[in-house]
Design a protein around this ligand. Structure first.
Ligand code: GAP
Length: 514
């Protein structure tokens, strides 16, 4: 499918063309970094959410779910540290009037050096042919070694300056590296400033009495403020978890890469409340459990990796990302954070209400520690969608575009197709369609030649097509076509439902996590 950039463009255009994702408010030229899920996209998104929910809540006796409000008391965000510390460093170019994330400008600069390394490797691979030893070349070629050293020096200085909040040095770094604005081409930069990512809104009828609120930037705080409510009413014993899915909002300065970084997005988060001192054990356990969840989708273990954080958020004593190989490289898909007792203690202090747990076994009161798992639903959608989109050359030299979405997550589980519209085949197919609808999300299509209908279903990822033909009328059998292998088998009508159920139920994926 060409270069990674081409592949990513194909992902975006396919998502639009086949009714998965539209730009928000497109008729008004769109709203930047905000997207709408279309008729096929919403089904896939719902299925991913449901799979996460089942694996977290249904499969764990000690995890329950909640659905807290997007709007919360403004003190919540003071307590959580978001008002003071949820910032990105930004810089403006005075000529183009464009705003950038200062750290991203530097990281993009390093990415360009990475590209130079890739080019050296490609050149050498061509020159040495089969004898080429990539690993050896990378550690011995003076040019590549030099490039790598340069990247390390730049990123380590950036990291240190950000950690120390030395924004002047971040600007100096940009100037020293001669980084220019991609639009104006100039180095006419403002100073670097911190920019809070929360969206503000108002509650109340008149401007004098209105209270300033924030749209939540993470769902986690709705869980923390309900910790004691859930623990008491659910009679939960530590360790236990509270899960929730829902919208979060961030005024991202650099919003690009389609649904990877959005201003309105959805999170699936779980806070696991534990005894102080056991956080490392649970942190490792949840890293493992979440990786198992990802690999249960069958999208290739080589496409995931952990990235343990050196620079930690204000609330964490350990943190790791599960990164996925998106078309634009390995990027964060999910975060696993050991959040200590920071949040509960802060809410206790700001609200004046005790948020403690009495541990009967230890016969003592304490503020629980928390390990959090936090994944973006939209990022998960992008991971599945981009990984599933393939272009295949067939034996007769034609090509087909197919979305090899894990069958249990696909928009439609099955398409019912009469071979032709006449001879009563439509009526027969419609009856089968009505029956199957009670069990699965099914689609019906009788327009065009059957080959074209197969292609349409391939393009939206329908794992099975059943074709009703003249033989169906005689012996109650029909053909069932498998999306990935394109093989067709004849099976009895009465077996169809069970056949599909077995292949598209969540059970086999969920059982991989037991
Ligand atoms: N409660 C912890 C928390 O919110 P985070 O690393 O800021 O941690 C967790 O976010 C996950 O949410 C990320 O791994 C990512 O999948 C998703 N996410 C964060 N910002 C996003 C954005 N602007 N657009 C889409 N997804 C985002």
């Amino acid at each position: 499918m060409g270069t990674n950039e081409d592949k990513f463009k194909r992902v975006i255009s396919h998502a639009k063309e086949y009714g998965f994702i539209f730009q928000s408010s497109e008729i008004y030229d769109g709203l930047s970094a905000v997207y709408d899920y279309a008729q096929n996209g919403v089904e896939l998104k719902n299925n991913i959410r449901e799979y996460w929910w089942k694996s977290m809540v249904q499969m764990h006796d000690n995890i329950v779910g909640i659905d807290s409000a997007i709007l919360m008391h403004p003190k919540t965000w003071k307590a959580s540290g978001h008002v003071d510390a949820f910032n990105d460093p930004l810089i403006d170019n005075k000529d183009s009037k464009k705003r950038y994330r200062a750290d991203v400008l530097v990281e993009d600069y390093c990415l360009k050096i990475e590209n130079k390394i890739d080019k050296e490797i490609l050149k050498a691979a061509k020159r040495f042919g089969e004898k080429f030893d990539k690993e050896q070349f990378i550690i011995t070629n003076p040019r590549v070694v030099g490039y790598k050293e340069k990247i390390t020096i730049i990123l380590s200085r950036l990291g240190k300056s950000l950690e120390k909040e030395d924004l002047e040095d971040v600007k100096n770094l940009i100037l020293e590296l001669n980084i220019v604005c991609p639009i104006s081409g100039s180095k006419n930069w403002t100073d670097v400033k911190q920019f809070n990512l929360m969206f503000g809104t108002k509650l109340g009828a008149s401007s004098e009495t209105a209270t300033d609120l924030y749209l939540r930037p993470e769902t986690a705080q709705g869980i923390f403020v309900n910790f004691l409510n859930v623990q008491k009413t659910g009679r939960m014993k530590i360790p236990f978890g509270i899960a929730q899915t829902g919208k979060a909002f961030r005024n991202e300065i650099v919003a690009r890469q389609f649904i990877f970084r959005m201003r309105e997005f959805e999170q699936m988060e779980m806070q696991y409340f534990i005894r102080p001192g056991t956080q490392n054990e649970w942190y490792q356990k949840w890293k493992e459990t979440r990786m198992k969840w990802h690999t249960s989708l069958g999208m290739g273990e080589e496409n995931y990796r952990f990235h343990d954080h050196e620079k930690l958020a204000h609330y964490a004593d350990a943190a790791s990302d599960i990164e996925f190989k998106f078309p634009f490289g390995f990027k964060e898909l999910e975060g696993i954070h050991s959040r200590t007792d920071f949040d509960l203690k802060q809410h206790q202090e700001f609200s004046g209400k005790k948020l403690q747990y009495f541990d009967h076994e230890l016969n003592e009161n304490y503020t629980p520690y928390v390990v959090e798992t936090s994944i973006g639903l939209d990022r998960m959608f992008l991971a599945i969608f981009s990984n599933s989109l393939c272009e295949e050359t067939l034996e007769n030299n034609t090509t087909r575009t197919v979305l090899k979405i894990p069958p249990f997550l696909s928009t439609y589980k099955v398409a019912v197709l009469p071979l032709v519209k006449k001879d009563g085949l439509s009526e027969l197919a419609k009856n089968i369609y009505k029956e199957l609808k009670l069990e699965f999300n099914v689609t019906y299509d009788e327009k065009d030649a059957v080959g074209r209908r197969y292609r349409r279903q391939d393009a939206i990822g329908t794992p099975y097509c059943i074709t009703v033909d003249h033989q169906t009328k005689e012996d109650n059998t029909l053909t069932i076509r498998d999306r990935d292998s394109m093989t067709q088998n004849r099976i009895a009508l009465k077996e169809v439902e069970n056949y599909i159920k077995e292949k598209v139920s969540f059970n086999s994926a969920l059982s991989k996590m037991l």
